[in-house]
Design a protein around this ligand. Sequence first.
Ligand code: HEC
Length: 147
Amino acid sequence: MKAVVLGLALVGLTAGVALADGDPAAGKTVFGKCAACHSVGDGAKNRVGPALNDIFGTPAGTVPNFNFSAAMVQKGKDGLVWTPDTFAQFITKPQAFVPGTKMPFAGLPNATDVANLTAYLLTFSPNYTPDAAAAPAAAPASSSAAQ
Ligand code: HEC
C-alpha cells in the first residue's frame, strides 16, 4: 500500500512540475530547438513539422493538412492525446515514445527544459483544460489505487 501511495505522489509531483513550475519565457528559448520545423502563434503554419497551436488536448497525428507518419496516426487512433505528461514523455525521447515517428529530433534530456517548454506551448493552447484532458491518461494508476 505504501508503494502505491508513493507512486501516486510521484505521478502527482511530475504533473505538478510540468504544469506549475514551468517558466514560459525560458520555454520560448527552448523552443528555438523546435523552430526550424514547428511554428506557433498568429499565422503559424505546418512546416517540416505540424503547427503546434492548440496541441494540448489534441489526439496525436491529427493536425489538419499535415502528412504524419503512419506511426503517429496510429498512436492517435490508439488513444494518445497530448497532455503535459504525454508531451513530456514524447519530447524527452521521441523515437522511444512513438517508435517509427518521422520527427528527426533526438530529444530533450533536461526535465527543466521540458517543463519550461511545456509552459510556453501551453500559452498557445488557451482552450486546454488539464483536468478533463489529463484524466484518461491518469485513470489506470489512480483507479487501481483508489479502490
Ligand atoms: C527537424 C524537424 C523537427 C524538429 C527539430 C522538431 N520536430 Fe516535432 N515534429 C517534426 C515532424 C516531422 C513531426 C511529425 C512526426 C510524425 O508524423 O511522426 C513532428 C511532430 C511533433 C509533435 C506531434 C504533433 C501531433 O500533432 O501529433 C509534437 C508535439 C512536436 N513535434 C513537438 C516538437 C517540439 C516541442 C520540438 C522541439 C523540442 C520539436 N518537435 C522538434 C519535426 C520536428
